[in-house]
Design a protein around this ligand. Structure first.
Ligand SMILES: NC(=O)c1ccc[n+]([C@@H]2O[C@H](COP(=O)([O-])OP(=O)(O)OC[C@H]3O[C@@H](n4cnc5c(N)ncnc54)[C@H](OP(=O)(O)O)[C@@H]3O)[C@@H](O)[C@H]2O)c1
Length: 404
């Protein structure tokens, strides 16, 4: 859940990201270019087979598992406009996702209105983005009243808090949309028991709302999960796919509300954020305790990872990254990966259980429900900012050519 302060920081970052860039040749990029491995013929064939198969075909072979993938190409703009010609999309909440999805819907020409607390931070931010009070910006109740498709993009904690008030307004014929399975799946905690006579669907972009917007503006699309919780009209899945395209998705992967929320909470606590931070800290601390300087410890832990090696994994996979390294690095890394996997797997098992049993959502709800939530969060960020590793990182980043 992004705070308003981080929303503002993200807006600034987005402006910087979309500004024209001068290609910089850094030490790291020069090393990357020099050591870039060429793709083996089998890798090339696999890559092109995937693309050919994905374009036009709906079933894609993911490592032997055939899965349905929906794509934007099947929903040109005219078809979207026709499909939603009688709908008013009421997007409730204007945080990271509200901003990205809302602006994309508007640029796609759909009839979208925003509903947020009057004169709150989101209200002001929506106005800055060109939403006009009384025309396409309303308070939450008024927007829900006008909407046929209610897109609940309040923070997960706020979805629970506001539910007793919102639920009676979700009358027959409307559709309820989420971008996370959190609220209905953990209904024992959130109390979000959906009305029985409406379609309930999900489009969960696999990335920040800022990325949803940036990729859309670049003419690309984010990957999203789609799911149906309740299908009253028989059209729920089709509606989810169409909405997925309308909010800026490129490819959409079919899942369930349960699987989406379990994998999402698990992933962000694991490799995406929590686990990776823990690994960084452990490796850094040992290097420092064994007499290495902060800059050396940081470069060997974070800088080389994020600036050189992880992007290679992202581009072409783990084998490609190994192939880009020295024989010495490759040998040791392959040997030690097994030990790390075996050691960490029980932690991941514990984490998955903690997600599935609702322990993680319970903690999130309690945390977000605290009156001093924003202050407590800022205090934790201050502690992280002041850790030696991240102070060293700030100094290392200042020496990058683009920052020097
Ligand atoms: N952020 C992501 O990267 C991401 C990615 C995929 C899916 N999602 C999902 O998308 C949904 C929205 O997430 P988000 O990150 O965009 O949300 P967020 O930034 O946490 O959303 C905050 C919004 O909720 C409103 N709000 C908070 N408390 C409220 C209350 N008590 N009453 C009324 N409004 C309240 C805020 O309005 P005020 O400004 O008036 O406080 C603001 O508009 C969530 O279900 C989330 O799990 C998020």
């Amino acid at each position: 859940m992004a705070s308003q302060r981080s929303n503002r920081a993200l807006r600034l970052a987005l402006r910087q990201a979309t500004a024209p860039r001068v290609q910089q040749r850094t030490f790291v990029s020069a090393v990357n270019a020099a050591s870039r491995p060429t793709l083996q013929p089998a890798q090339k064939a696999a890559a092109s087979a995937f693309v050919q198969q994905a374009r036009g075909a709906k079933t894609v072979d993911f490592a032997g598992d055939k899965e349905k993938v929906f794509e934007r190409a099947d929903w040109p703009r005219e078809k979207l406009l026709e499909y939603f010609k009688n709908d008013t999309l009421a997007l409730i909440g204007y945080g990271s996702q509200g901003h990205g999805q809302g602006l994309n819907l508007r640029d796609n020409g759909l009839n979208v209105i925003i509903g947020v607390r009057k004169d709150g931070t989101s209200w002001k931010e929506a106005q800055q983005d060109g939403w006009v009070p009384g025309t396409n910006l309303f308070d939450i109740d008024e927007a829900i009243g006008k909407g046929t498709i209610i897109m609940n993009l309040l923070s997960d904690a706020a979805q629970s808090e506001t539910w007793p008030h919102i639920k009676p307004m979700l009358t027959k014929g409307k559709t309820l949309y989420f971008s996370h399975g959190f609220s209905p799946v953990f209904k024992d905690q959130t109390k979000v028991e959906v009305p029985k006579d409406i379609d309930v669907i999900l489009v969960a972009p696999k990335g920040s709302g800022r990325t949803v917007r940036t990729l859309f503006r670049e003419g690309r699309g984010i990957n999203s999960s789609i799911a149906v919780f309740q299908d009253v009209t028989g059209k729920a899945e089709e509606k989810a796919i169409a909405l997925g395209v309308a909010v800026g998705s490129g490819y959409m992967y079919k899942t369930t509300f349960e699987k989406e929320v379990y994998s999402d909470l698990y992933g962000e606590r694991g490799c995406l954020m929590g686990g990776i931070h823990g690994m960084f800290l452990a490796q850094y601390e040992v290097l420092r305790e064994r007499g290495h300087s902060p800059s050396e410890a940081f470069n060997e832990t974070v800088e080389e990872a994020t600036q050189s090696l992880y992007p290679l994994i992202g581009q072409n996979g783990m084998d490609y990254m190994y192939a880009a390294c020295s024989t010495t690095a490759r040998r040791g890394a392959i040997d030690w990966s097994k030990k790390f996997k075996d050691t960490l797997k029980p932690v991941f098992e514990e984490l998955y259980d903690s997600v599935k049993t609702g322990k993680e959502t319970q903690r999130t709800m309690e945390y977000a429900g605290r009156k001093d939530y924003r202050e407590a969060f800022e205090k934790e960020m201050e502690e992280i900012r002041n850790m030696e590793i991240w102070r060293a990182g700030k100094a290392v980043r200042s020496l990058r050519p683009e920052n020097a």
